[in-house]
Design a protein around this ligand. Structure first.
Ligand SMILES: [Zn+2]
Length: 238
């Protein structure tokens, strides 16, 4: 990396603040590149690390050979780890898609939350996530409707942040889309696509992704409630 680039990134570091109050440490990951075609972030993707101990997750996200990274990681105690500058393209969403966006990495900020996927998310961790999200949404003028899970942009492939994640809490704080009320008719597949679920051609996988986040106890074929949620989300999508 030329010295110019290094200076540029250093200058940006001060801008990528959490909220000024959260304890933050830097563990830089080399796994990033330029955002393609001058893209700016307008999506936030939430992940769980899905492994223990947490130090192993951090080591993986910063190891050159892993080819994965994130912008921010939140430890169980609520401390933040800054791994990639927000102006860079971190490698967290792989082949995901959301609505018309096929290169989610170029258009997003990726947040990894330390959790194996089987435990509740710790309260200090959720507090830190709320502060960090509020700062990111403000900094980049991102709509809360564009805060999504990895499972939303990779139906059938990814399940994080998973059924234990408290999406309702984020929605109450205006930091994510609330689950729309009501029921609707029609075909489920186009409604799911209009709601943003374009990461798979398999409507069942997209339905499972929608339910994981908005209706985790639902089973069986799509019903009027699923269609109502998808139609409501479609109304919020850009
Ligand atoms: Zn993930």
């Amino acid at each position: 990396m030329p010295a110019d680039g290094t200076r540029h990134r250093s200058a940006r570091r001060g801008a990528d603040r959490a909220d000024g109050a959260l304890p933050t440490r830097d563990i830089p990951s080399p796994n990033h590149g330029p955002r393609r075609n001058g893209a700016r972030p307008d999506i936030v993707v939430l992940h769980f690390t899905g492994m223990a101990p947490d130090a192993a997750a951090i080591a993986r996200l910063s190891a050159p050979e892993s080819g994965v990274s994130c912008h921010w990681l939140i430890e169980p105690g609520g401390a933040l780890v800054r791994m990639v500058d927000e102006d860079r393209r971190a490698w967290h969403a792989g082949a995901g898609a959301w609505g018309p966006v096929g290169d989610v990495n170029s258009r997003s900020i990726g947040i990894e939350i330390c959790n194996t996927g089987t435990r509740p998310f710790a309260a200090p961790q959720m507090d830190a996530l709320e502060s960090l999200l509020a700062a990111i949404l403000s900094r980049h003028a991102i709509s809360p409707a564009r805060v999504i899970g990895h499972s939303d942009c990779a139906p059938g492939r990814k399940a994080d942040p998973g059924p234990r994640f408290d999406w309702m809490r984020l929605a109450r704080r205006g930091l994510a889309a609330p689950t729309p009320p009501g029921c609707a008719g029609g075909e489920i597949a186009p409604l799911l696509r209009a709601a943003g679920y374009t990461g798979s051609d398999d409507a069942d996988a997209c339905l499972a992704a929608l339910r994981l986040r908005h209706r985790p106890r639902a089973r069986g074929p799509a019903d009027a409630r699923d269609r109502g949620i998808a139609a409501g989300l479609a109304g919020q999508a850009d």
